[in-house]
Design a protein around this ligand. Structure first.
Ligand code: FPP
Length: 255
């Protein structure tokens, strides 16, 4: 069934030729930097927060598209450790979106067997942000479909620094030896523990940078940048990104 769906999705490549997605080479994990909400809103003469509101709808579209393609993990950069520097009203609006997402969009995702997870420092998130998300995490814990992770108050440098501290502590306590610190064991102390490394990173809005997102985990990921703004993101863009991914040859430093 799934293979038929994927085969039936045709995509136009850069030369305008049709190309089919291969069901055998779907990225297992897609990570997304959802950028351009503010600029999208500005283009329509609307306040920035309307961009975020529409960005939330794009989260749902992207999740459904990824699920239909057979992607197993989707990780969305929803709020960075640096985003607190934004005006108070905008931060507050962003912090209220998870509750709205859970209230209005989650049912359908639950029906799709989606499992919700959270990555980032939860300690300073307001209760009105954290509680609905934690409920969604509890309610979907046993779901076996797509794993949808929100990176909220997430920053890669902090994540890595905290990981180093955990490792040092474990060595001091004698629970591991220095020689047992490897990329694999270090990966287990990161907030992404339990997620495979992303195969594909998508960033919208034309910016060509990683902005402190999953720096360790993206070491060998394929990067796909698109000029469209996040609120415009649709199933067709997901297919375009995966089609491009399938044209790449991943060598992991080999030949
Ligand atoms: C960057 O665009 C986007 C963000 C900082 C927020 C992303 C959040 C969402 C898309 C909604 C998340 C939804 C849930 C359910 C958590 P920007 O506003 O910085 O864009 P700009 O560069 O054009 O100003």
């Amino acid at each position: 069934m799934f293979k038929r769906v994927v085969r039936s999705w045709l995509d136009k490549d850069e030369q305008g030729q049709s190309s089919e997605l291969s069901p055998d080479n779907i990225p297992q994990h897609i990570a997304v930097i959802m950028d351009g909400n503010g600029r999208w809103a500005k283009n329509f003469g609307m306040p920035r927060v309307i961009g975020h509101q529409n960005g939330m709808k794009a989260v749902k579209r992207a999740t459904i598209a990824a699920d239909e393609l057979g992607v197993k993990y989707l990780t969305m950069y929803a709020f960075s450790t640096e985003n607190w520097k934004r005006p108070k009203d905008e931060v507050e609006f962003l912090m209220k979106l998870p509750a709205e997402f859970v209230a209005t969009e989650l049912d359908e995702l639950v029906e799709r067997n989606v499992q919700v997870r959270l990555m980032g420092d939860k300690s300073i998130l307001p209760a009105y942000t954290l509680e609905p998300l934690e409920k969604a995490i509890r309610d979907t814990k046993h779901n076996t479909g797509l794993v949808l992770t929100f990176a909220l108050n997430y920053g890669s440098r902090i994540e890595i620094t905290e990981g180093v501290k955990k490792m040092v502590q474990a060595v001091q306590e004698g629970s591991i030896s220095v020689d047992e610190i490897t990329p694999d064991t270090f990966g287990e102390v990161l907030q992404s523990s339990g997620l495979p490394d992303p195969d594909l990173l998508i960033r919208t809005s034309g910016e060509l940078r990683l902005s402190n997102f999953m720096l360790w985990q993206l070491a060998y990921s394929e990067l796909w940048f698109t000029p469209i703004y996040w609120p415009e993101f649709s199933k067709e863009h997901m297919i375009e990104a995966v089609a491009e991914y399938q044209r790449r040859i991943r060598r992991y430093g080999g030949l």
